[in-house]
Design a protein around this ligand. Structure first.
Ligand code: KG4
Ligand code: ZN
Length: 330
């Protein structure tokens, strides 16, 4: 079964081809137009998707030695994400599904992030706890199998990725903020400034990062920014230690020994380095770097899992900018 995956939830246009448990093609094109604005401009993002998608599609089949007529299934991100961006991807996908007369599956982007770990490590078995840390979400999930999820906790305000992005903006660094803060932290002292950690009462699995961001703002107003690497390292450390501490509690409360980290923040080196220290004796899985941030391989892979039960989506489906992971079935 040849599955074409399409991902356009935010500012990356991505296409992937998955066949018989194998990823044959995966390409991500990041929009550079947003760099000058310090964040994603939704209108520009959807225009970029419309421009890049047909090009990526052509390149994909130029690279592979078969034609698009041989596709069996189209998978596309249905939500969550920016409305205009989701519509661009869904319209392209629906056009293909109609033209090729093949089924389509609308995929939940967050669920795909979780399953990127299985694509990365096929031996990973259920159950596991997943710390999902992306630009818009920070959640802890107990994952018992496909469609069997329990939400253990989530952020009350900003997501961890958002805290990185907003923090970078306060520090005058570029977008996206995560890699920028990570780069500037390299030679800094993570213990130099004691930024606050919220909701740290033992076993509380909720997160809150908006106070941390405000405290960075006040620190920068009061102090000169000449020790930027110490500030970045301390700020990064406050986010990462909070995430790991709560992941540790989640594992204890669920009596689970395996955890996976998913989403863009999973690319963070400090998180990867500290995980062992916080979670010793636990099995910790990080997705491959190219599967941490937004990509279409994870969309095609999750569609592959659902296609086994023929769980296709009607062609007139709507996109859902606030789509949640359905956890009623657990
Ligand atoms: O999963 P993702 O690519 O897109 C969403 O679904 O939101 O996550 C993007 C987020 C951004 O907030 C970005 O700053 C953060 O992931 N990020 C990182 C790193 N790389 C990306 N945060 C910390 N360290 C990184 N190396
Ligand atoms: Zn994402």
């Amino acid at each position: 079964m040849k599955i074409l995956g399409i991902e356009t939830s935010c500012d990356e246009t991505a296409l992937a081809l998955f066949e018989n448990e194998k990823l044959l093609y995966s390409k991500v094109s990041s929009h550079i137009v947003h760099k000058n604005y310090g964040g994603v401009v939704p209108e520009l993002a959807s225009r970029e998707h419309d421009k890049i998608l047909p090009q990526l599609f052509k390149d994909c089949f130029k690279t592979l030695d078969f034609s698009s007529n041989e596709l069996d299934l189209i998978a596309v991100t249905q939500g969550p994400g920016l409305a205009g961006s989701l519509i661009s991807g869904a319209s392209f996908a629906k056009g293909l599904s109609l033209a090729l007369n093949i089924p389509i599956i609308g995929i939940n982007h967050l669920e795909a992030h979780i399953f990127a770990n299985i694509l990365s490590d096929p031996k990973l078995s259920f159950p596991f706890v997943c710390l999902l840390v992306s630009g818009g979400h920070t959640q802890l999930w107990y994952v018992k199998g496909l469609s069997k999820y329990k939400l253990l906790g989530e952020t009350r305000d900003d997501a961890a990725g958002e805290a990185f992005d907003k923090g970078a903006r306060i520090l005058g660094l570029g977008y996206p903020g995560g890699p920028e803060i990570e780069r500037h932290s390299k030679n800094g002292n993570p213990k130099k400034i004691n930024f606050p950690r919220a909701l740290m009462k033992e076993n509380n699995l909720e997160f809150s990062f908006s106070g941390l961001k405000t405290s960075l703002l006040y620190y920068c107003r009061k102090n000169k920014k000449n020790n930027i690497s110490d500030i970045a390292a301390s700020y990064q450390n406050a986010i990462i230690e909070t995430l790991l501490e709560k992941l540790k509690w989640a594992l204890r409360l669920t009596n689970c020994n395996v955890c996976v980290i998913a989403g863009g923040v999973a690319a963070n080196a400090h998180l990867r380095n500290l995980a062992e220290k916080f979670l010793h004796k636990k099995k910790i899985i990080f997705p491959r770097m190219d599967l941490c941030t937004d990509n279409a391989a994870m969309i095609a892979f999750l569609a592959y899992l659902y296609s086994k039960d023929k769980k296709f989506t009607k062609i007139d489906f709507k996109i859902f900018p606030n789509m949640k992971i359905n956890h009623n079935e657990y």
